[in-house]
Design a protein around this ligand. Structure first.
Ligand code: GDD
Ligand code: MN
Length: 406
């Protein structure tokens, strides 16, 4: 049994768009607990693609087999349906990448597995790309004639974020946060190395990672109601998006994970000072004890937040959580020593104490990030490595034919 994954397959699959035998289109559908809807979504999509050569890859990260079992039943009856089963991996963006890396099509797309997207538009978008001249076709909730299908907070957030993102990435796309789109294989291959694979918003990544600005075509759309289950979008996705944009704007110099790690660190400072003043003020303990308490609480809270936000796709649980805490504490303790050495060293060569202190803190932040990523979560910190790392962690699927990439 071959392993399913970005690393194993990307080199083999990437290649000339017109290589013989490529299907017209590969559609990736990512699923997290979508057993209620994925069956009908597959049926609908197959009807829409009638007459084209195609494959549909469902990349499933669900904690149980219910969704995968529905896909297995479909795959057993139709070889064009394939299951990519990831275990221990999470994240819509990295799931898309794992799917596209395993895909063979000339055109590569993504659609939700909960029935919210209007499958009819898939055909239209594929044909727009087949006509030539465009790199990406998007089902846009903000194109003329569209309705967002969103309400309340979601609508407000999307309405505010969209123009900011458009400005930042400079791509002509009315809905850079859309989750339903197609791209040419050529565009994907050009963008692949720059993809962060972080978070939910894969289109932002795809639009901003190519060698030039993409030519985007759009069809208006409105989100339908979910067939079943519930949305996985939450507030953390906004944090990931900001981090992703900083990575893009800095041309990868400041990785999105580092942004989140540094943000958590800043929050930790606030926690530290609150605990310090609380313990000192209310319990009237000596500074050394109060400072010790503050360090311990801030360390555990930083670790917990990093586990929930910065490394949510690799979240540690149970015994691994405790092991990770030890690794994190060791990494941060050594960071403190490094901060002292750098700061002290700089004052010795007559650098102003404030600059020396800041340089020490910055070095420690980078060290903590680098070492804690490895010591606690066991990954290289670069986003794109993580997308691949996720795939490496992919467990072999139980049934060979439908679930592996050739
Ligand atoms: N494999 C995998 N792994 N799939 C995931 C994960 C994950 O970690 N998280 C979510 N999914 C799947 C869901 O099962 C669903 O099929 C699809 O990704 C979208 O997730 P939803 O939770 O339904 O998202 P949404 O409806 O709130 O958001 C949709 O609309 C947004 C625009 O408003 C998505 O299409 C977004 O991508 C899109 O930006
Ligand atoms: Mn949805």
């Amino acid at each position: 049994m071959a392993r399913v994954g970005a690393l194993d397959t990307s080199a083999a699959q990437l290649g000339a768009e017109d290589r013989p035998g490529r299907p017209d289109v590969s559609l990736v559908i990512c699923t997290l607990n979508e057993s209620e809807s994925i069956g009908s979504v597959l049926d609908e999509t197959k009807a829409v693609f009638e007459g084209l050569t195609y494959e549909i890859l469902v990349v499933d990260d669900s904690p149980d087999e219910r969704t995968a079992d529905v896909v297995r039943a479909h795959a057993a009856a139709d070889a064009r349906v394939r299951l990519v089963r990831r275990e221990g991996a999470r994240g819509l963006a990295s799931a898309c990448i794992a799917g596209w890396d395993a895909a063979h099509g000339k055109i590569l797309g993504v659609m939700d597995g909960d029935g919210q997207h209007d499958t009819q538009l898939a055909r239209q978008m594929v044909e727009m790309l087949q006509a030539g001249g465009a790199d990406i076709a998007v089902a846009s909730r903000f194109a003329p004639g569209a309705h967002t299908g969103l309400s309340g907070m979601r609508k407000a957030m999307s309405t505010v974020a969209t123009p900011v993102i458009q400005l930042l990435i400079g791509a002509r796309c009315t809905d850079p946060l859309a989750g339903f789109f197609f791209q040419t294989r050529r565009w994907y291959e050009g963008a692949r190395d720059g993809l962060t694979g972080i978070g939910f918003k894969i289109l932002v990544d795809v639009l901003a990672s190519g060698p030039r600005r993409p030519t985007v075509v759009e069809v208006p759309t409105s989100l339908r109601a979910r067939i079943g289950g519930e949305s996985k979008l939450d507030l953390r996705i906004a944090v990931e998006l900001v981090a992703q944009l900083i990575e893009k704007k800095s041309r990868g110099l400041i990785p999105s994970r580092f942004v989140m790690f540094a943000g958590v660190g800043g929050l930790g400072m606030v926690v530290h000072l609150m605990v310090l003043s609380g313990v000192k003020g209310f319990a009237a303990l000596p500074f050394l004890v109060a400072q010790g308490c503050a360090i311990a609480v801030a360390m555990v809270s930083n670790y917990t937040l990093n586990n929930l936000i910065t490394f949510r796709d690799l979240r540690l649980k149970g015994l691994a959580w405790w092991r990770g805490l030890v690794g994190f504490a060791l990494a941060c303790a050594s960071g403190a020593v490094i901060s002292e050495i750098v700061g002290f060293g700089l004052t010795k060569i007559h650098v102003h104490w404030l600059i020396a202190g800041g340089a020490g803190a910055l070095t420690a932040a980078m060290w903590n990030y680098w070492s804690a990523s490895r010591a606690a979560w066991g990954v290289p910190p670069r986003g794109r490595d993580v997308a691949a790392g996720v795939a490496v962690k992919t467990a072999p699927a139980p049934e060979a034919s439908a679930e592996t990439t050739p």
